[in-house]
Design a binder for this molecule. Structure first.
Ligand SMILES: [Mg+2]
Length: 282
């Protein structure tokens, strides 16, 4: 296997600890990758506002995928305008980023959720029903981070206070042409987008920029499955509770980590660095 490494990674429960949101245990592995100039693309259900802060903390200046594939944020100048033009997708400017939007506007998702809830008397609640204090309590985030998590554009995290009616809601979601996927902590209501489509688009752009690629993917939950299907080397990060993830088909070459969270993330990276003879430097 030859080519340049490109890494797509989930955040919560993968690169970040599911409880503390720390990436401390992955620091040495991140350092190794940075030295080799391997692009690390965050691919998360978090918002753009949250992901930006985390990317800055880790010291990344690469594109990132937010809200379960709702949009790809690309730092201006990262790809040439010709490469972007040839992507086949509309690119819009938002601040310092060029953005490819794949999801439905959040307002539309909320409208669907609120009207379905009312019509069928469902006890389903989402971030849009909560004050930041409540989001902080539910997620264990600080209040500042919870405010960033509330700035949603393409994905509504939700949960059922009456789980026996989950199936009915799921049916209505499907009828409306929307999607409901399970993340580490919540369900997520989105448009037709998923992490996989966003990964595919970025892989094509990277091929133009870097040539032959070996793409790696790391995730821990069902919503990561579309991403793991798109990469050459998929990795499943163990959950702290040891609960297996309900992946429908597991790719043959998937690497399942023994350790959970960022320690498991580092374990997979170290394993792949060892087994592949990759010239990851330019
Ligand atoms: Mg996760």
């Amino acid at each position: 296997m030859a080519g340049r490494f490109v890494i797509f990674t989930d955040l919560d429960g993968s690169l970040l600890d599911a409880e503390t949101y720390s990436f401390q245990a992955a620091r040495p592995a991140l350092q190794k990758l940075k030295k080799k100039q391997v692009p690390i693309i965050l691919c998360t259900s978090k918002t753009r506002a949250e992901t930006e802060v985390i990317a800055r903390k880790i010291g990344l200046n690469h594109p990132f995928i937010v809200e379960n594939g709702g949009a790809i944020f690309i730092p201006a100048g990262y790809f040439t305008s010709e490469q972007l033009r040839n992507s086949g997708y509309k690119v819009i400017r938002k601040g310092d980023y060029l953005v490819i939007q794949l999801g439905l506007p959040y307002r539309q998702l909320r409208q669907f959720m609120v009207s379905t809830r009312k019509k069928f008397k469902l006890k389903v609640k989402g971030f849009g029903d909560c004050r930041p204090e409540e989001i902080a309590r539910l997620t264990g985030l600080g209040l500042k981070e919870a405010r960033l998590a509330a700035r949603r554009e393409y994905d509504e995290p939700l949960w059922f206070e009456d789980p026996s009616r989950t199936r009915l809601f799921r049916e209505k979601v499907r009828e409306a042409g929307l999607k409901l996927v399970r993340g580490g902590r919540f369900f997520h209501l989105t448009g037709k987008n998923d992490k996989g489509r966003a990964v595919r688009i970025l892989k094509n752009l990277y091929r133009k920029k870097l040539g032959q690629l070996i793409s790696l993917g790391l995730g821990d939950a069902d919503n990561d499955w579309p991403m793991l299907k798109e990469v050459e080397l998929p990795g499943l990060v163990a959950r702290p509770d040891g609960q297996p993830v309900g992946l429908k088909q597991v790719p043959e070459n998937i690497y399942k980590t023994k350790k959970a969270g960022p320690a498991g993330w580092a374990e997979a990276i170290n394993y792949w660095l060892k087994v592949t003879q990759t010239k990851a430097s330019p």
